[in-house]
Structures are given as C-alpha cells and as structure tokens.
Design a protein around this ligand. Sequence first.
Ligand SMILES: C[S@@+](CC[C@H](N)C(=O)[O-])C[C@H]1O[C@@H](n2cnc3c(N)ncnc32)[C@H](O)[C@@H]1O
Length: 422
Amino acid sequence: MTKLRQKIAKRDHGKNTAMSKSTRADKIEFSKLPPSQRGAPGAGGVVDVTQEIERVTIESKRERYQKEQEERELHESKDEQYYKEVAPGISINPALSLVNRQQVVVTSGTDAADVSQANELAVRFGLDYVPLHQLQTMPQQLFTYQLALAVASGRLSLNDLELYEGKSGGIRRKMTCEVTLDFTSGELFYKIKERTFAKSPMVRSVRCPEVPATVLDVTGGLGKDAWVIASFGSKVTVVERNPILHYFLECALDKARKNPATKDIAARITLIKADSVEYLCSIINREPSEQPDVIYMDPMYLSKSDSAKQARALSKKDIRAIRKLVGGDRESKLLFALSKRIAQKRIVWKKPKTVAPIIGIDTHYSSSDTRFDVFITATKKVVNPANGAETTTDPRSSSSNNSSGNNGLDNKAKGEAMSCIH
Ligand SMILES: C[S@@+](CC[C@H](N)C(=O)[O-])C[C@H]1O[C@@H](n2cnc3c(N)ncnc32)[C@H](O)[C@@H]1O
C-alpha cells in the first residue's frame, strides 16, 4: 500500500514538474507578445493568457496545415494541370520535387552561428524553425513534423524524431538516425582509400568490362554509390530531385573539392537538381557520343509486400530517414524505359534481392541482401544455335534513328513508357 502511495506521489510530482516547465516556456512566449496582445496583468492573468495563446496557436496551426494539406492534395491529384508535360504522353508530378513543410522542421541549439545558419536553411526550403529545446518538449497537438534538419556546430544533419517518456514522466522527443554526409572523412573515405570496393557487386556491375568513361546516376540520394563509382575513374553525373538531399550533396561535394585527398574524385562528379524523367527526356536526342555509357538506378522501395529481408536492408540508418523524406519512387520502370534509349553500354538497376528482376536482364551481381541487375544496351551478337550464323541486335535501335521531333520518343518507347506510368 505504501509502495503504491509512493508510486502515485512520484507520478504526480512528475506531472507537476512537467507542467511547471511548460508554463515557463509559455511565459517566455507570452513576454514576446506585443503589449496589446498580452491581456490584463494580475493574479491568474498569465495562466489565462497562456491558455489563450495556446488555443490561438493551435487554431492557426490547424488552419495552416489544413490549407497546406488541400494544396498538396491538389498537387498529388491526377489532375493534368498539376502535372508537368515533359514529353508527349509523359508527365511528372512537381510535388515530388518539393519538401513537405508539415513533415520537416529546421532546428538548432542556442549557438548564434547555428541559429543563423538554421534560419537561413528554413527560409531556403520554406520550412519552420523550432529551437531544439522546444522541439524536445512541444506538445504533440502542435507538432506534425517527422524529421528534423539540424545544425550543430556548423554541421548539418537530417534526423528522425522519436517520442520517449522523460524521467519526470512527461513525453519528450529526441532526434535519432542522424544522417550526415562528408566524403572527406569517416568509413566511406577509408574504404575508398583502401580500395575495398574494387570487387564489390556494385563496381563489378558497372564495369563493362573496363571502367566506363561516363555514368549517369538517375537516383542520386546522398551520392554514396556515385562517389564510389567516380573513385574508380568514371565521370559521373548525379541527378537528384529532392531539394534537401540535393543540398546535402552539394555541400559535401564543395567540401570534397577543397580537400587534397578527395578533390580528384569530386572533380569527376557533376550534380544536377532535376527530376530524372525530365532530364532523360532532355538528353534523348543528343549524339550517342554525348550520352552516358552506363545509367545507374537505385530507387527507393517501400511496398507493403516487402519481405523481412528487404525491410532489414532498408532499415539501415541513412535509408530510414531518407525513406521518410522522399517516400517511394514510383517511376522506376519509366526511368528504365527511357534509359534503354540512352545508355550506350548498360543499365544497372540496384534492388533488394527479394524484388523480381525486370524481363530481359542480361546478368546480375549480388550481395547478401541486394542485387544489381544489368541490362546491356550496346549492340549484342546473337548466334543461331541451329546454323551458327551470327546476327546483331541493338536494344537502342528503335530510338537511334529517331528524327520524329517527339522529344526523341518514338511510338515504341512512348508505349513502353506509358505502360510504366499507368
Ligand atoms: C535509395 S535513394 C538512392 C541512394 C543513393 N544510391 C546513394 O548511394 O546514396 C533514391 C533517391 O533517388 C531519388 N529519385 C528517385 N526518383 C527520382 C527521379 N525521377 N528524379 C530524381 N531523383 C529521383 C530519390 O529522391 C532518392 O533520393
């Protein structure tokens, strides 16, 4: 009985501490208000006004979120006007290249330089800024964010947010799965230095059989695969549509260009902020000599039918937060169909091992949970087993003589591409 009483007393004490903390925070907010909005001073006045501020804040947040939700729904609806036509019959959803303001928040501690950098980022991406101490304690009903873009001692990171019960019993929030990007130090840097990747399935899948001169990575992400490929001598063009990931990559490449140990690899990488469907349509009519030898794809898989193995492969720290940020990539087949008209030597498609290969794959390379499917686009020699006669086939042939002016997409390519998006 005494134990139970002690337990209850402890719990109630926790509640009081949590309450006094939140009241303190609200008082700070209150003191920031112009005098006309502070209400009458006096006993109990602060409590009333605090509640009023909370009510108004909740209402205005709700209104804003509702408006934003409506805007997003319009963007995401299959209404033609919200889709951008990139080629006859092919349209892309511009919402996929936007940051979701309700999902991501910018935060920092109290260091003045960090606060200023974080606020610049908030303006750049059109996101809210919430100081770290408020992010940790903000009531759930005011908080819609799932990810935090944090600045700490000038270092940028993307973080997942997790709720936990504080020591005093109140619900708190902490940042987990910190994603940072730096090509000049850390595990990736040392593995590249020691040429650990020379025999990796990814590098073997991209070689054809020599190191290709040019590679186009149409699903850039944090650019780690592109960095490894470039470290073997290829020139790599990286396309990423998500503005936050593009920014991470831009900053990391800037830093790598200034470091003597990484500047040569960085010099081989060109970063493009675009949707790859649009980008591929824009280069489809180029001369073959100006087109990439290899197109590399590593889309994000999210389907509910993911097996436990696939889920394990995806739950690696970086991927968990990035998966939340970008969602699932739905145009992989469209990217593949377009790539078939462009890649001069091969397409490499990285997939969880449990996802079926696309029909027509020539070979593959596997690691424990990932498979790199290779589709050869260069002219192939086919030997007729009946008479030994050799014929050649060119998987790119239907577009190689294209002069239709339809953004390089002939009827066959268009048909293939269309069947991918419906
Ligand atoms: C799994 S991540 C790629 C990870 C990357 N290979 C790495 O090593 O860091 C997939 C990325 O592809 C990007 N992506 C998917 N479809 C795209 C498209 N059509 N255009 C541009 N980027 C795309 C997503 O935004 C996401 O960042």
